[in-house]
Design a protein around this ligand. Structure first.
Ligand code: AMP
Ligand code: MG
Length: 324
């Protein structure tokens, strides 16, 4: 099949009922690649000794998404149930920290997240207002442990996908476009990239790389580990070539004094994090590290879509609400 025979990607994802016959075939093809991806990811985590937890969606405590230079939330959803206020899940970070500190030392969750991104983010092609993270966390793990685990997960996925899904990848012109990847991935410090490229470092680095890269040392939410003596953050993002971020994670804070100091400093509402504060005070919050892989972003990278909502059966483009 020559490249111009490939079924074309569409600018703005449509709902299933609006697709042409050719677009339905393309949707089905992306769906098979998504199924293969989910099977591969979950098998690798299970094979590496991780327990598979099911997600929760309503909770008093969820990710503050603050301060995070890349966050853009139009509205937070809060509702009263049984006389208590709960929020829709922005990420299961708090749940992961407590679960990994207690009964589930190595865990992963396919976790639906609701983040009502500002409407203008509908055009980035990289933001949707409901998405799924493969969220994972491991007790006593270091950033290096997370790097090598993720490298195994992704290298296995890409290798097996190219071997077993050649026809579908060829149909959407991705077989030759996706490079075989090999760990260990290069590691860059965000400060060095800012010094080299300035404010546009994210787009510049994506254009330059041909393999995935780790970016470390990014100031953000209180639960990411910050070395107060050096000012360095022990956290990381994973960037894919020509695409950008598909994962964020870190070694975590677990000490009471640091957590309370950072919550105070960041102006985060303490009452929403009462349980981790209490567990930290009692020494029951343990050192962990982990990350969340954006599933639609990963599948979006693999399938080369213009907008990652094209990988969703029911697209969630910021600013656009369909009946389904
Ligand atoms: P975060 O910790 O906020 O970076 O979220 C973890 C991962 O989820 C990111 O690296 C992205 O892959 C994915 N993600 C975050 N926000 C969105 C969004 N609005 N739409 C799609 N994926 C997202
Ligand atoms: Mg991120």
């Amino acid at each position: 099949m020559t490249p111009n025979e490939c079924t074309p990607t569409i600018d703005l994802p449509k709902s299933l009922d609006q697709l042409t016959t050719q677009e339905i075939e393309r949707k089905a093809c992306i769906g098979r690649i998504a199924t293969y991806t989910l099977c591969s990811l979950t098998s690798t985590y299970v094979n590496q000794g991780f327990q598979w937890l099911l997600p929760v969606v309503l909770s008093q405590s969820t990710d503050p998404l603050w301060p995070d230079p890349s966050a853009s939330i139009e509205k937070r959803l809060e509702v009263d149930i049984y006389g208590k206020p709960v929020r829709t899940m922005a990420s299961m970070i708090v749940h992961k920290l407590i679960a990994a500190s207690t009964a589930y030392p190595k865990l992963f969750i396919l976790s639906p997240n609701v983040r009502l991104e500002k409407s203008e983010r509908g055009k980035t092609g990289k933001h949707i207002y409901e998405f799924t993270q493969l969220d994972f966390e491991a007790k006593d793990a270091t950033s290096k442990d997370v790097f090598s685990l993720v490298e195994t997960v992704l290298c296995t996925l890409v290798k097996d996908l190219k071997k077993n899904m050649k026809d579908d990848l060829t149909t959407i012109c991705r077989f030759d476009a996706i490079p075989t990847i090999e760990g260990p991935f290069k590691i860059f410090d965000r400060e060095d990239l800012e010094a080299k490229y300035g404010a546009t470092w994210e787009t510049d680095i994506i254009a330059e790389i041909t393999q995935p890269v780790w970016i470390t040392n990014i100031p953000r939410e209180f639960y990411d580990f910050e070395d107060f003596s050096t000012g360095r953050w022990d956290n990381y993002d994973l960037f894919m070539p020509q695409f950008g971020e598909i994962l964020s994670g870190s070694k975590r804070e677990y000490e009471y004094d640091k957590i309370t100091e950072k919550i105070e400093r960041d102006g985060v509402r303490k009452e929403n994090f009462a349980l981790i504060i209490k567990m930290a005070k009692e020494g029951r919050l343990k050192p962990t590290a982990g990350a969340g892989i954006g599933i639609e972003r990963l599948i979006g990278y693999l399938t080369g879509v213009k907008h990652i909502a094209e990988c969703q059966p029911f697209p969630r483009v910021p600013g656009i609400v369909h009946e389904l």
